[in-house]
Design a protein around this ligand. Structure first.
Ligand code: FES
Ligand code: MG
Length: 580
C-alpha cells in the first residue's frame, strides 16, 4: 500500500499522491470515496483509471456512451484497475448554436483540466460526435497520461423506402429535392426517423466517422474500433478490451507522447485520403498535432496524400455507409491494403506497431474497400490545398466530393456578408445567378462568426435547382459538414473578419478556381485591392464578454487548426498543489 506524505515520489503511481498519503489529507481523499461503497482495496496501489465520458442527451450521437462506459469499467476491473467515470462538457453537432465548433476548445480545456486535477493514472476517452473526439484528444494530449480512445460507433445504416440513405448526405439531397418540388412534405418528414435508426454517430464518412478512423490510424484506439456499429455487441467487446489495455498501459508507462510522432500524423493524413474523409479532419488534426508538439502543416494534407488512392466507397464520396464498412473489415483492412504507402512501424496503444496490428486484417468486401489495384479514385483526388490572392494562407477543397467539370472554373462572384443574407434570397426568382456564378459567403471564419460554422455547402439557388443545376462553385471562410458534397472552397485563410482578402471581393468580380494548379484567385488588380483595403472598415470593437470574447481573442486561423494560441503544446500531468 502506498502511504507517504510526499505526493510526488518517483516510482509510484500518480494517484498515490492522493490515496497513498497519511494524515488528514489522505484521510479526506479516501474517506469521501467510501460513500460510494468502495472497500479499502481501492486504495491498495492499483491503477486509478478515469473514464472521461462525453455522454449527453443533448449530444444524441453520444447518448449511449453511459452503456459503453460499463463495458470499459468491466475491462478495467478484470485487469486489476479501478475505474472512475466522470462527465465533461459534450458537444451535440446538430443542436448547438451558433456552432459546435465554437466550443471544441472549451471542451478540450474541460478535459485537460479534469484529467490533471484528479487522482488519475490513465484515462479512457469516450467520444463520438464530430467535435467531441478531437476535443478529448486535444485535452488528453496536453496532459499526456496513458490514454485510449473508445469511439461510440456509427448508427445502423439509414434506410428509407427500401433504399439506403446516409446521415447528412441524404438530408442535403432530400432537402434539395423537397425545395425543387420533387419530394412531398410527407415523404421529407418521414425520412427524419429513417436516417437515425439506432444509437451512434453519423453513418456516412462525415467528420465523426473520419475522426474515429483517424484516431485508429494515429494508434490511439484499438484496431477495428472505428467502424463497429454502436449497437453491435462487438462495440462493447472492444470497450472492454480498451479497459484492460489501459491498465497495462499504466504499468508500461505508455503515454501518447511515446506513441505519437510525425509518422503517426503522416499515416492519419494518408488514411484520410484513402477513406474519403471529411475536410474537418484538416482543422482537427492540425490542432491535435499542435497539442502533441508534432509539426504538421496545412500543405501536408495535399502533398502527403498525392499518391493515395480513394479506396473506401462510402457516402458522400461513394455509395456505402459505416455499417457496410465494418462488415467489410473496417480500418484495419484499409491500413493493410495501403501497406507500404503508410509507415506501418508507427507505435500504437496496443504496444505493437500499426503494421503488426493489421497484419492479418482481411478485406471481406472489395466493393466497399477497394483493392489498391482497383481504386474508387486514382491518387491525388482528395484534399487539395489552394492558394492565391483570395487565400494567401490557404484554403481547402475536397476534390472527391466536387464536380469534375467545375475543378477549373471562372465565373462572376456573387458575394454575401452573412449566410443569413444568402438564405433570405436563395429562393428568389430574381437572384442574379447562372450556373457559372461563384457564390461567396464570408464572415464565417473562426473569429468572424464566431466558431467557423458548417455553412459552406450553400443550398443551390432555387432558380438554378429548377433548371436542373445540382452543383456550382462556392467559396467561404467557414467549413462544411463532412457529410456534404459539392465544389466548395473552404477554410479560406486568413478569414475576412481579420482583414483577409476575401473581405475585399465584390459581387461582379471575376474569380478563378484552378484545382489542378492549386489556385484560387480574384481577377482584381493589386492597386484596386489596395484601395479597397483602405476603404475597408476596421474590424469592429469586440463587444460582449464571456467565452465568445475569449474565443475571438485567441482562436488561431484555419490553416493552423483553430486552437487557442495559449493551449498549444503539452503541459503534462504533474501533481498540482494540495489544498488542505
Ligand atoms: Fe453527431 Fe453527425 S451529428 S456525428
Ligand atoms: Mg458533421
Amino acid at each position: 500500500m502506498h502511504r507517504d506524505s510526499e505526493p510526488d515520489r518517483p516510482g509510484t503511481r500518480r494517484s498515490a499522491a492522493w490515496f497513498g498519503l497519511d494524515g488528514k489529507l489522505g484521510f479526506v481523499h479516501r474517506s469521501k470515496l467510501y460513500n460510494q461503497g468502495y472497500s479499502a482495496s481501492m486504495f491498495d496501489g492499483r491503477p486509478i483509471i478515469g473514464i472521461c465520458n462525453s455522454w449527453s442527451d443533448l449530444a444524441p450521437c453520444n447518448a449511449h456512451l453511459r452503456q459503453v462506459a460499463e463495458s470499459v469499467k468491466r475491462g478495467i476491473l478484470m485487469a486489476g484497475g479501478v475505474p472512475l467515470e466522470f462527465p465533461t462538457m459534450s458537444l451535440g453537432e446538430t443542436l448547438m448554436r451558433p456552432s459546435a465548433m465554437l466550443f471544441r476548445n472549451l471542451m478540450a480545456m474541460d478535459v485537460e483540466e479534469s484529467l490533471r486535477a484528479n487522482p488519475l493514472d490513465g484515462v479512457v476517452l469516450l467520444g463520438g460526435c464530430d467535435k467531441t473526439v478531437p476535443a478529448q484528444l486535444m485535452g488528453a494530449l496536453s496532459v499526456d497520461l496513458p490514454t485510449v480512445m473508445v469511439t461510440g460507433g456509427p448508427m445502423l445504416n439509414g434506410k428509407f423506402r427500401g433504399q439506403d440513405a446516409g446521415s447528412g448526405t441524404h438530408v442535403w439531397k432530400f432537402s434539395e429535392e423537397y425545395r425543387a418540388g420533387r419530394m412531398s412534405r410527407a415523404d421529407f418528414g418521414a425520412a427524419e426517423a429513417c436516417l437515425s435508426r439506432s444509437s451512434g454517430h453519423c453513418t456516412t464518412m462525415g467528420t465523426a466517422s473520419t475522426m474515429a478512423c483517424l484516431t485508429e490510424a494515429l494508434g490511439l484506439s484499438l484496431p477495428g474500433s472505428a467502424a463497429i456499429p454502436a449497437v453491435d455487441a462487438r462495440r462493447h467487446n472492444i470497450a472492454e478490451h480498451a479497459g484492460g489495455r489501459i491498465v497495462a498501459m499504466v504499468e508500461e508507462e505508455l503515454t501518447p507522447s511515446s506513441i505519437l510522432d510525425r509518422r503517426s500524423f503522416e499515416n492519419a493524413i494518408r488514411v484520410n485520403a484513402a477513406i474519403g474523409g471529411s475536410t474537418n479532419a484538416v482543422v482537427h488534426l492540425l490542432a491535435i498535432a499542435g497539442r502533441a508538439e508534432v509539426d504538421v502543416a496545412l500543405a501536408d494534407f495535399d502533398t502527403l496524400a498525392a499518391d493515395i488512392p480513394l479506396l473506401v466507397d462510402l457516402l458522400p464520396s461513394g455509395r456505402f455507409q459505416m455499417e457496410d464498412f465494418a462488415y467489410a473489415g473496417g480500418l484495419p483492412a484499409v491500413i493493410r491494403e495501403l501497406g507500404d504507402l503508410l509507415d506501418t512501424g508507427a507505435a500504437t496503444v496496443t504496444g505493437r506497431t500499426l503494421g503488426e496490428n493489421t497484419a492479418d486484417a482481411d478485406n471481406w468486401q472489395p466493393d466497399v474497400i477497394r483493392p489498391r489495384a482497383n481504386p474508387l479514385r486514382e491518387p491525388g483526388g482528395h484534399t487539395a490545398v489552394l492558394r492565391g490572392n483570395l487565400a494567401p494562407d490557404g484554403a481547402v477543397i475536397k476534390v472527391s466530393a466536387a464536380s469534375e467539370e467545375l475543378l477549373r472554373h471562372t465565373g462572376t462572384a456573387l458575394v454575401f456578408d452573412t449566410v443569413e443574407e444568402y438564405h433570405e434570397v436563395a429562393d428568389s426568382p430574381d437572384l442574379p445567378v447562372d450556373a457559372d456564378t461563384v457564390l461567396v459567403v464570408r464572415n464565417a471564419g473562426p473569429t468572424g462568426y464566431p466558431g467557423m460554422p458548417e455553412i459552406g455547402n450553400l443550398a443551390i439557388p432555387k432558380r438554378l435547382l429548377d433548371a436542373g443545376i445540382r452543383d456550382m462553385v462556392r467559396i467561404t471562410d467557414g467549413r462544411m459538414s463532412g457529410t456534404s458534397y459539392g465544389t466548395v472552397v473552404l477554410h479560406v485563410a486568413p478569414e475576412s473578419a481579420v482583414g483577409g482578402p476575401l473581405a475585399l471581393l465584390r459581387s461582379g468580380d471575376t474569380v478563378t478556381l484552378d484545382v489542378p494548379a492549386r489556385r484560387i484567385d480574384m481577377d482584381v488588380p493589386d492597386a484596386e485591392l489596395r484601395s479597397r483595403a483602405t476603404a475597408l472598415a476596421p474590424p469592429g470593437a469586440e463587444s460582449g464578454g464571456g467565452y465568445a470574447w475569449l474565443y475571438r481573442r485567441h482562436a488561431r486561423q484555419a490553416d493552423t487548426g483553430v486552437d487557442f494560441d495559449f493551449l498549444i503544446g503539452r503541459r503534462g500531468h504533474q501533481v498540482p498543489r494540495r489544498h488542505l
